[in-house]
Design a protein around this ligand. Structure first.
Ligand code: BES
Ligand code: MN
Ligand code: ZN
Length: 481
Protein backbone atom coordinates (compact mmCIF):
# COMPACT_ATOMS: atom_id res chain seq x y z
CA UNK A 1 0.00 0.00 0.00
CA UNK A 2 1.23 3.47 -0.85
CA UNK A 3 0.27 6.10 1.70
CA UNK A 4 0.24 9.86 1.20
CA UNK A 5 -1.39 13.00 2.59
CA UNK A 6 -3.79 15.54 1.18
CA UNK A 7 -5.20 18.73 2.66
CA UNK A 8 -7.57 19.43 -0.23
CA UNK A 9 -11.00 20.82 0.58
CA UNK A 10 -13.73 18.20 0.17
CA UNK A 11 -15.15 20.19 -2.79
CA UNK A 12 -11.87 19.74 -4.63
CA UNK A 13 -11.52 16.03 -3.93
CA UNK A 14 -11.79 13.55 -6.71
CA UNK A 15 -11.65 9.91 -5.60
CA UNK A 16 -13.41 6.60 -6.19
CA UNK A 17 -13.99 6.38 -2.42
CA UNK A 18 -13.92 8.65 0.58
CA UNK A 19 -13.78 6.88 3.95
CA UNK A 20 -15.47 8.84 6.76
CA UNK A 21 -17.44 8.64 9.99
CA UNK A 22 -21.24 8.98 9.83
CA UNK A 23 -21.35 12.59 11.07
CA UNK A 24 -18.63 13.58 8.63
CA UNK A 25 -20.39 11.71 5.81
CA UNK A 26 -23.52 13.78 6.38
CA UNK A 27 -21.53 17.01 6.19
CA UNK A 28 -19.78 15.87 3.01
CA UNK A 29 -23.06 14.81 1.41
CA UNK A 30 -24.52 18.18 2.25
CA UNK A 31 -21.53 20.00 0.79
CA UNK A 32 -21.89 17.94 -2.39
CA UNK A 33 -25.60 18.64 -2.58
CA UNK A 34 -26.38 14.97 -2.13
CA UNK A 35 -28.10 15.20 1.20
CA UNK A 36 -31.30 13.43 0.14
CA UNK A 37 -29.54 10.63 -1.62
CA UNK A 38 -27.32 10.01 1.40
CA UNK A 39 -30.17 10.23 3.90
CA UNK A 40 -32.06 7.61 1.96
CA UNK A 41 -29.13 5.27 1.52
CA UNK A 42 -28.14 5.44 5.17
CA UNK A 43 -31.56 5.22 6.79
CA UNK A 44 -31.07 1.61 7.96
CA UNK A 45 -27.42 2.04 8.85
CA UNK A 46 -26.52 1.26 12.43
CA UNK A 47 -23.69 3.49 13.57
CA UNK A 48 -21.91 0.65 15.41
CA UNK A 49 -18.26 -0.34 15.56
CA UNK A 50 -18.55 -3.44 13.37
CA UNK A 51 -20.63 -1.77 10.64
CA UNK A 52 -19.67 -0.11 7.38
CA UNK A 53 -21.83 1.31 4.63
CA UNK A 54 -20.97 2.15 1.06
CA UNK A 55 -23.01 4.88 -0.63
CA UNK A 56 -22.57 5.59 -4.34
CA UNK A 57 -22.59 9.23 -5.38
CA UNK A 58 -22.81 10.74 -8.85
CA UNK A 59 -19.99 13.30 -8.61
CA UNK A 60 -16.19 13.40 -8.31
CA UNK A 61 -16.37 11.43 -5.09
CA UNK A 62 -17.90 8.23 -6.43
CA UNK A 63 -18.47 6.55 -3.07
CA UNK A 64 -18.64 7.27 0.61
CA UNK A 65 -17.53 4.41 2.83
CA UNK A 66 -19.01 5.13 6.24
CA UNK A 67 -17.25 3.62 9.27
CA UNK A 68 -19.69 2.88 12.07
CA UNK A 69 -18.93 3.95 15.62
CA UNK A 70 -16.26 6.45 14.59
CA UNK A 71 -17.79 9.69 15.93
CA UNK A 72 -16.50 9.37 19.45
CA UNK A 73 -13.39 9.22 21.53
CA UNK A 74 -11.93 5.79 20.93
CA UNK A 75 -9.35 3.74 22.77
CA UNK A 76 -6.32 2.91 20.56
CA UNK A 77 -7.42 -0.74 20.43
CA UNK A 78 -10.97 0.23 19.34
CA UNK A 79 -9.60 2.57 16.70
CA UNK A 80 -7.45 -0.22 15.23
CA UNK A 81 -10.48 -2.50 15.03
CA UNK A 82 -12.56 0.17 13.29
CA UNK A 83 -9.87 0.88 10.74
CA UNK A 84 -9.27 -2.82 10.11
CA UNK A 85 -12.98 -3.29 9.44
CA UNK A 86 -13.03 -0.32 7.08
CA UNK A 87 -9.89 -1.59 5.34
CA UNK A 88 -11.44 -5.01 4.79
CA UNK A 89 -14.52 -3.36 3.25
CA UNK A 90 -12.31 -1.10 1.17
CA UNK A 91 -10.30 -4.03 -0.20
CA UNK A 92 -13.47 -5.63 -1.52
CA UNK A 93 -14.26 -2.61 -3.70
CA UNK A 94 -13.05 -2.58 -7.30
CA UNK A 95 -11.00 0.57 -6.79
CA UNK A 96 -7.31 1.43 -6.95
CA UNK A 97 -7.18 4.29 -4.48
CA UNK A 98 -9.17 5.86 -1.66
CA UNK A 99 -9.11 8.91 0.57
CA UNK A 100 -9.46 8.39 4.31
CA UNK A 101 -10.67 11.30 6.46
CA UNK A 102 -10.18 10.63 10.14
CA UNK A 103 -10.38 14.04 11.79
CA UNK A 104 -13.77 13.17 13.25
CA UNK A 105 -12.47 10.26 15.25
CA UNK A 106 -10.43 11.09 18.27
CA UNK A 107 -8.20 8.46 19.80
CA UNK A 108 -7.49 8.91 23.49
CA UNK A 109 -3.89 9.87 24.29
CA UNK A 110 -2.85 9.83 20.63
CA UNK A 111 -1.47 12.64 18.51
CA UNK A 112 -2.51 12.92 14.85
CA UNK A 113 0.79 11.31 13.87
CA UNK A 114 0.21 8.35 16.20
CA UNK A 115 -3.32 7.97 14.94
CA UNK A 116 -2.11 7.97 11.33
CA UNK A 117 0.62 5.47 12.15
CA UNK A 118 -1.90 3.16 13.74
CA UNK A 119 -4.31 3.53 10.80
CA UNK A 120 -1.59 2.77 8.27
CA UNK A 121 -0.47 -0.31 10.20
CA UNK A 122 -4.04 -1.62 10.43
CA UNK A 123 -4.70 -1.03 6.74
CA UNK A 124 -1.42 -2.69 5.74
CA UNK A 125 -2.33 -5.67 7.83
CA UNK A 126 -5.84 -5.98 6.41
CA UNK A 127 -4.80 -5.40 2.80
CA UNK A 128 -2.04 -8.02 2.74
CA UNK A 129 -2.60 -10.96 0.37
CA UNK A 130 -0.48 -14.00 -0.33
CA UNK A 131 -1.64 -15.62 -3.54
CA UNK A 132 1.68 -16.35 -5.20
CA UNK A 133 1.15 -20.09 -5.42
CA UNK A 134 -2.52 -20.14 -6.41
CA UNK A 135 -2.81 -20.99 -10.08
CA UNK A 136 -6.01 -18.91 -10.18
CA UNK A 137 -5.75 -16.26 -7.49
CA UNK A 138 -9.13 -15.39 -5.97
CA UNK A 139 -9.90 -11.86 -7.17
CA UNK A 140 -6.78 -9.93 -6.23
CA UNK A 141 -7.42 -6.76 -4.23
CA UNK A 142 -6.99 -3.77 -6.52
CA UNK A 143 -6.45 -1.14 -3.86
CA UNK A 144 -2.85 0.09 -3.90
CA UNK A 145 -2.95 3.68 -2.63
CA UNK A 146 -4.49 5.53 0.30
CA UNK A 147 -4.50 9.28 0.86
CA UNK A 148 -5.20 10.63 4.31
CA UNK A 149 -7.18 13.84 4.38
CA UNK A 150 -5.73 16.05 7.11
CA UNK A 151 -6.19 19.69 8.06
CA UNK A 152 -2.49 20.48 8.02
CA UNK A 153 0.08 18.32 6.25
CA UNK A 154 2.88 20.13 8.00
CA UNK A 155 5.06 17.89 10.15
CA UNK A 156 3.26 14.68 9.19
CA UNK A 157 5.35 13.56 6.25
CA UNK A 158 7.96 11.67 8.36
CA UNK A 159 5.07 9.72 9.85
CA UNK A 160 3.76 8.78 6.40
CA UNK A 161 7.25 7.79 5.33
CA UNK A 162 7.41 5.47 8.35
CA UNK A 163 3.98 4.07 7.52
CA UNK A 164 5.13 3.19 4.03
CA UNK A 165 8.32 1.72 5.43
CA UNK A 166 6.47 -0.45 7.94
CA UNK A 167 4.07 -1.58 5.22
CA UNK A 168 7.01 -2.86 3.17
CA UNK A 169 8.68 -4.46 6.20
CA UNK A 170 5.54 -6.27 7.34
CA UNK A 171 4.81 -7.51 3.83
CA UNK A 172 8.35 -8.84 3.44
CA UNK A 173 8.14 -10.56 6.80
CA UNK A 174 4.80 -12.20 6.00
CA UNK A 175 5.84 -13.22 2.50
CA UNK A 176 8.96 -14.92 3.86
CA UNK A 177 6.94 -16.72 6.52
CA UNK A 178 4.24 -17.89 4.14
CA UNK A 179 6.65 -19.06 1.46
CA UNK A 180 6.82 -22.88 1.46
CA UNK A 181 9.91 -24.51 2.96
CA UNK A 182 10.97 -26.12 -0.31
CA UNK A 183 11.48 -22.58 -1.65
CA UNK A 184 12.26 -20.58 1.47
CA UNK A 185 15.41 -22.39 2.58
CA UNK A 186 18.56 -20.81 4.05
CA UNK A 187 19.88 -19.87 0.58
CA UNK A 188 16.57 -18.14 -0.16
CA UNK A 189 16.80 -16.10 3.03
CA UNK A 190 20.34 -15.15 2.01
CA UNK A 191 19.23 -14.08 -1.46
CA UNK A 192 16.45 -11.95 0.07
CA UNK A 193 18.93 -10.32 2.46
CA UNK A 194 21.31 -9.63 -0.41
CA UNK A 195 18.68 -7.42 -2.04
CA UNK A 196 19.22 -4.89 0.78
CA UNK A 197 22.75 -4.37 -0.52
CA UNK A 198 21.43 -2.20 -3.37
CA UNK A 199 21.16 0.57 -0.80
CA UNK A 200 24.34 2.68 -0.46
CA UNK A 201 24.34 2.50 3.36
CA UNK A 202 23.95 -1.28 3.50
CA UNK A 203 26.55 -4.05 3.42
CA UNK A 204 25.43 -7.68 3.33
CA UNK A 205 27.81 -10.53 4.09
CA UNK A 206 27.53 -14.12 5.23
CA UNK A 207 29.38 -17.06 6.68
CA UNK A 208 28.98 -20.36 4.86
CA UNK A 209 29.29 -23.72 6.57
CA UNK A 210 33.02 -23.95 5.93
CA UNK A 211 33.59 -20.56 7.54
CA UNK A 212 31.28 -21.40 10.43
CA UNK A 213 33.16 -24.64 11.04
CA UNK A 214 36.42 -22.66 11.01
CA UNK A 215 34.88 -20.19 13.49
CA UNK A 216 34.13 -23.12 15.84
CA UNK A 217 30.37 -22.67 15.58
CA UNK A 218 29.79 -26.24 16.64
CA UNK A 219 26.31 -25.55 17.99
CA UNK A 220 25.01 -24.01 14.76
CA UNK A 221 26.73 -26.69 12.69
CA UNK A 222 25.28 -29.53 14.77
CA UNK A 223 21.86 -28.48 13.47
CA UNK A 224 22.75 -27.47 9.94
CA UNK A 225 24.85 -30.57 9.25
CA UNK A 226 21.75 -32.78 9.34
CA UNK A 227 20.28 -31.14 6.27
CA UNK A 228 21.18 -31.48 2.60
CA UNK A 229 20.71 -27.74 2.09
CA UNK A 230 23.55 -25.61 3.45
CA UNK A 231 23.04 -23.18 6.31
CA UNK A 232 24.20 -19.56 6.42
CA UNK A 233 24.92 -16.93 9.02
CA UNK A 234 23.65 -13.79 7.30
CA UNK A 235 24.89 -10.35 8.37
CA UNK A 236 23.33 -7.06 7.26
CA UNK A 237 24.98 -3.82 8.32
CA UNK A 238 22.99 -0.62 7.91
CA UNK A 239 24.94 2.55 8.59
CA UNK A 240 22.28 5.23 8.96
CA UNK A 241 23.77 6.74 12.12
CA UNK A 242 27.00 8.47 13.05
CA UNK A 243 30.11 6.48 12.08
CA UNK A 244 31.32 5.89 15.66
CA UNK A 245 27.94 5.03 17.17
CA UNK A 246 27.59 1.49 18.49
CA UNK A 247 24.90 -0.36 16.52
CA UNK A 248 21.70 -1.91 17.76
CA UNK A 249 21.70 -5.60 16.83
CA UNK A 250 18.79 -7.77 15.78
CA UNK A 251 19.26 -11.53 15.68
CA UNK A 252 16.70 -13.87 14.15
CA UNK A 253 16.11 -17.63 14.36
CA UNK A 254 15.94 -18.76 10.76
CA UNK A 255 15.06 -22.45 10.91
CA UNK A 256 13.41 -22.73 7.50
CA UNK A 257 11.90 -26.06 8.49
CA UNK A 258 11.95 -27.76 11.87
CA UNK A 259 11.26 -31.49 11.73
CA UNK A 260 12.70 -31.84 15.23
CA UNK A 261 15.66 -33.78 13.81
CA UNK A 262 16.24 -37.24 15.33
CA UNK A 263 13.90 -36.16 18.17
CA UNK A 264 11.32 -36.12 15.37
CA UNK A 265 8.13 -34.11 15.79
CA UNK A 266 4.75 -35.88 15.40
CA UNK A 267 3.11 -35.42 11.96
CA UNK A 268 0.00 -33.33 12.86
CA UNK A 269 0.69 -29.69 12.17
CA UNK A 270 4.28 -30.26 11.21
CA UNK A 271 3.76 -28.11 8.10
CA UNK A 272 3.54 -25.14 10.47
CA UNK A 273 7.21 -25.60 11.19
CA UNK A 274 7.86 -23.75 7.94
CA UNK A 275 7.14 -20.71 10.11
CA UNK A 276 10.12 -21.56 12.30
CA UNK A 277 12.04 -18.84 10.50
CA UNK A 278 9.55 -16.31 11.93
CA UNK A 279 12.28 -14.62 13.99
CA UNK A 280 14.43 -14.22 10.88
CA UNK A 281 11.43 -12.93 8.94
CA UNK A 282 10.76 -10.39 11.68
CA UNK A 283 14.30 -9.04 11.88
CA UNK A 284 14.53 -8.89 8.07
CA UNK A 285 11.17 -7.09 7.93
CA UNK A 286 12.26 -4.63 10.61
CA UNK A 287 15.52 -4.08 8.73
CA UNK A 288 13.62 -3.40 5.52
CA UNK A 289 11.46 -0.85 7.38
CA UNK A 290 14.48 0.85 8.97
CA UNK A 291 16.23 1.16 5.59
CA UNK A 292 13.08 2.38 3.80
CA UNK A 293 12.42 4.95 6.53
CA UNK A 294 16.08 6.02 6.47
CA UNK A 295 16.26 5.92 10.27
CA UNK A 296 19.30 7.65 11.68
CA UNK A 297 20.89 4.75 13.50
CA UNK A 298 23.37 1.97 12.96
CA UNK A 299 21.86 -1.48 12.79
CA UNK A 300 23.34 -4.97 12.56
CA UNK A 301 20.99 -7.77 11.63
CA UNK A 302 22.11 -11.36 11.95
CA UNK A 303 20.07 -14.30 10.71
CA UNK A 304 20.95 -17.85 11.71
CA UNK A 305 19.56 -19.75 8.74
CA UNK A 306 19.46 -23.54 8.77
CA UNK A 307 17.13 -26.48 8.34
CA UNK A 308 16.56 -29.02 11.14
CA UNK A 309 16.35 -32.46 9.49
CA UNK A 310 16.88 -36.05 10.57
CA UNK A 311 19.63 -37.79 8.61
CA UNK A 312 22.76 -39.87 8.99
CA UNK A 313 24.61 -36.62 9.63
CA UNK A 314 22.12 -35.26 12.14
CA UNK A 315 22.90 -34.88 15.85
CA UNK A 316 21.94 -37.69 18.21
CA UNK A 317 20.45 -37.08 21.64
CA UNK A 318 23.48 -37.31 23.89
CA UNK A 319 25.89 -35.67 21.47
CA UNK A 320 28.13 -33.01 22.96
CA UNK A 321 29.12 -30.03 20.83
CA UNK A 322 31.31 -26.99 21.43
CA UNK A 323 29.78 -23.60 20.70
CA UNK A 324 31.73 -20.64 19.32
CA UNK A 325 31.82 -19.20 22.85
CA UNK A 326 33.81 -22.25 23.99
CA UNK A 327 30.96 -23.56 26.14
CA UNK A 328 30.13 -27.22 25.60
CA UNK A 329 26.51 -28.30 25.17
CA UNK A 330 24.96 -31.71 25.65
CA UNK A 331 22.16 -32.06 23.10
CA UNK A 332 19.48 -33.97 24.98
CA UNK A 333 16.77 -33.12 22.48
CA UNK A 334 17.54 -32.30 18.86
CA UNK A 335 14.19 -30.47 18.64
CA UNK A 336 15.61 -27.72 20.85
CA UNK A 337 17.61 -26.54 17.82
CA UNK A 338 16.70 -22.85 17.82
CA UNK A 339 18.85 -22.09 20.84
CA UNK A 340 21.73 -24.02 19.25
CA UNK A 341 21.82 -21.89 16.11
CA UNK A 342 21.10 -18.72 18.10
CA UNK A 343 23.85 -19.14 20.68
CA UNK A 344 26.50 -19.04 17.96
CA UNK A 345 24.74 -16.11 16.26
CA UNK A 346 24.73 -14.25 19.60
CA UNK A 347 28.44 -14.93 20.05
CA UNK A 348 29.12 -13.71 16.52
CA UNK A 349 27.04 -10.54 16.75
CA UNK A 350 28.97 -9.44 19.83
CA UNK A 351 32.10 -9.05 17.67
CA UNK A 352 30.34 -5.97 16.22
CA UNK A 353 30.26 -4.42 19.72
CA UNK A 354 26.54 -3.58 19.67
CA UNK A 355 25.08 -1.46 22.47
CA UNK A 356 21.90 -3.54 22.49
CA UNK A 357 20.99 -6.99 21.18
CA UNK A 358 17.43 -8.13 20.55
CA UNK A 359 16.94 -11.68 19.37
CA UNK A 360 13.64 -12.89 17.97
CA UNK A 361 12.76 -16.57 17.75
CA UNK A 362 9.87 -19.00 17.45
CA UNK A 363 11.66 -20.76 20.25
CA UNK A 364 9.26 -22.84 22.35
CA UNK A 365 5.86 -24.46 22.31
CA UNK A 366 5.81 -23.61 26.03
CA UNK A 367 5.57 -19.92 25.16
CA UNK A 368 2.44 -20.66 23.10
CA UNK A 369 0.98 -22.47 26.09
CA UNK A 370 1.81 -19.54 28.37
CA UNK A 371 0.74 -16.56 26.24
CA UNK A 372 -1.14 -17.84 23.20
CA UNK A 373 -1.09 -15.62 20.15
CA UNK A 374 -1.78 -12.30 21.85
CA UNK A 375 1.61 -11.46 23.26
CA UNK A 376 5.21 -12.25 22.45
CA UNK A 377 7.24 -13.48 25.42
CA UNK A 378 9.85 -10.93 26.42
CA UNK A 379 13.02 -11.57 28.40
CA UNK A 380 15.77 -9.07 29.14
CA UNK A 381 18.92 -8.74 31.21
CA UNK A 382 18.25 -5.00 31.53
CA UNK A 383 14.96 -3.60 32.79
CA UNK A 384 15.08 -0.32 30.93
CA UNK A 385 15.48 -2.22 27.64
CA UNK A 386 12.53 -4.43 28.62
CA UNK A 387 10.49 -1.32 29.46
CA UNK A 388 11.33 0.28 26.10
CA UNK A 389 10.24 -2.84 24.22
CA UNK A 390 7.05 -3.23 26.27
CA UNK A 391 6.25 0.41 25.51
CA UNK A 392 6.89 -0.10 21.79
CA UNK A 393 4.55 -3.08 21.97
CA UNK A 394 1.81 -0.98 23.56
CA UNK A 395 2.29 1.89 21.12
CA UNK A 396 2.08 -0.39 18.08
CA UNK A 397 -0.56 -2.76 19.43
CA UNK A 398 1.97 -5.55 18.81
CA UNK A 399 2.15 -6.50 22.43
CA UNK A 400 4.81 -8.28 24.45
CA UNK A 401 4.69 -9.59 28.00
CA UNK A 402 7.72 -9.82 30.22
CA UNK A 403 8.74 -13.18 31.64
CA UNK A 404 11.34 -13.85 34.35
CA UNK A 405 15.00 -14.67 33.80
CA UNK A 406 15.73 -15.45 37.44
CA UNK A 407 18.80 -17.38 38.55
CA UNK A 408 16.59 -20.10 40.04
CA UNK A 409 15.66 -21.28 36.56
CA UNK A 410 19.22 -21.76 35.34
CA UNK A 411 19.85 -24.98 37.29
CA UNK A 412 17.37 -26.78 35.02
CA UNK A 413 20.02 -26.74 32.29
CA UNK A 414 22.57 -28.61 34.37
CA UNK A 415 24.33 -31.46 32.52
CA UNK A 416 26.33 -34.33 34.00
CA UNK A 417 28.62 -34.41 30.98
CA UNK A 418 28.95 -30.94 29.42
CA UNK A 419 28.84 -27.29 30.56
CA UNK A 420 25.11 -27.23 29.98
CA UNK A 421 22.25 -29.20 28.47
CA UNK A 422 20.18 -27.82 25.61
CA UNK A 423 16.88 -28.51 27.36
CA UNK A 424 15.62 -27.97 30.88
CA UNK A 425 12.71 -30.35 31.23
CA UNK A 426 8.98 -29.76 30.81
CA UNK A 427 8.42 -26.97 33.30
CA UNK A 428 8.91 -23.33 32.38
CA UNK A 429 10.14 -24.32 28.92
CA UNK A 430 10.13 -20.81 27.48
CA UNK A 431 12.01 -19.47 30.51
CA UNK A 432 14.71 -22.14 30.51
CA UNK A 433 15.20 -21.61 26.76
CA UNK A 434 15.75 -17.91 27.45
CA UNK A 435 18.13 -18.84 30.30
CA UNK A 436 20.10 -20.95 27.85
CA UNK A 437 20.52 -17.97 25.49
CA UNK A 438 21.42 -15.62 28.34
CA UNK A 439 24.54 -17.70 28.98
CA UNK A 440 25.92 -16.46 25.67
CA UNK A 441 25.52 -12.71 26.17
CA UNK A 442 28.03 -10.97 28.34
CA UNK A 443 28.23 -7.30 29.32
CA UNK A 444 25.71 -6.06 26.80
CA UNK A 445 22.05 -5.14 27.07
CA UNK A 446 20.12 -8.01 25.59
CA UNK A 447 16.50 -8.93 25.10
CA UNK A 448 14.98 -12.11 23.76
CA UNK A 449 11.53 -12.36 22.23
CA UNK A 450 9.86 -15.76 22.05
CA UNK A 451 7.39 -15.31 19.19
CA UNK A 452 6.32 -18.96 18.80
CA UNK A 453 2.70 -17.91 19.45
CA UNK A 454 2.62 -14.48 17.81
CA UNK A 455 4.59 -14.81 14.55
CA UNK A 456 2.04 -17.01 12.82
CA UNK A 457 -1.49 -18.29 13.21
CA UNK A 458 -2.68 -21.85 12.73
CA UNK A 459 -6.08 -23.24 11.77
CA UNK A 460 -8.36 -21.50 9.29
CA UNK A 461 -6.33 -18.27 9.52
CA UNK A 462 -3.06 -20.10 8.99
CA UNK A 463 -0.38 -17.67 7.95
CA UNK A 464 2.42 -15.37 9.01
CA UNK A 465 1.35 -12.31 11.02
CA UNK A 466 4.39 -10.11 10.44
CA UNK A 467 4.84 -9.80 14.18
CA UNK A 468 6.82 -8.47 15.95
CA UNK A 469 7.90 -6.14 13.10
CA UNK A 470 5.62 -3.31 14.32
CA UNK A 471 7.04 -3.55 17.85
CA UNK A 472 10.65 -3.64 16.64
CA UNK A 473 10.10 -0.76 14.24
CA UNK A 474 8.37 1.36 16.92
CA UNK A 475 11.31 0.69 19.24
CA UNK A 476 13.88 1.56 16.58
CA UNK A 477 12.04 4.74 15.50
CA UNK A 478 12.05 5.82 19.14
CA UNK A 479 15.80 5.13 19.44
CA UNK A 480 16.57 6.95 16.18
CA UNK A 481 14.75 10.03 17.52
N1 BES B 1 10.25 -24.45 16.69
C1 BES B 1 9.94 -25.09 17.90
C2 BES B 1 9.06 -24.25 18.81
C3 BES B 1 7.67 -23.98 18.33
C4 BES B 1 6.61 -24.76 18.71
C5 BES B 1 7.44 -22.87 17.54
C6 BES B 1 5.33 -24.46 18.27
C7 BES B 1 6.15 -22.58 17.11
C8 BES B 1 5.11 -23.37 17.48
C9 BES B 1 11.22 -25.38 18.67
O1 BES B 1 12.35 -25.62 17.90
C10 BES B 1 10.96 -26.60 19.46
O2 BES B 1 10.75 -27.63 18.89
N2 BES B 1 10.98 -26.48 20.77
C11 BES B 1 10.74 -27.56 21.63
C12 BES B 1 11.69 -27.44 22.79
C13 BES B 1 11.72 -28.66 23.67
C14 BES B 1 12.33 -29.81 22.93
C15 BES B 1 12.51 -28.32 24.90
C16 BES B 1 9.30 -27.48 22.10
O3 BES B 1 8.80 -26.37 22.30
O4 BES B 1 8.67 -28.52 22.24
MN1 MN C 1 12.49 -27.63 17.30
ZN1 ZN D 1 12.35 -24.78 16.07
Amino acid sequence: MKYSLTDDAVDDLSTPCLVVSLARAKVVAQALDEHDLFAQASQDFKDDADQTLTVHLPGKISRLLVIGGADQVLKPEEFRKLISGAARALCKLPIKQAVVALEACTVSDQTTAEKLQSAMQSISHAAYRYTKHKSKPAKPATLTAIKFLVEHKKGLSPCVKQGNALDAGMALSRDLGNEPPNICNPAYLLSQAQQFADHPKVVVSYLDEKQMTAANMGAFMSVSRGSDVPGYMIIIEYKGGKPGDAPIALVGKGITFDTGGISLKPPPGMDEMKFDMGGAAAVLGATEAVIAAGLKLNLITVVAAAENMPSGRASRPGDIVTSASGKTIEILNTDAEGRLVLCDALTHVQTFKPKTIIDVATLTGACVVALGAHASGLYANNQSLADDLLKAGQASGDKAWQMPLWDEYHSALQSNFADMANVGGRNAGSVTAACFLSEFVKDVDWAHMDVAGSAFLGGAKKGATGRPVPLLFAYLCEKAG
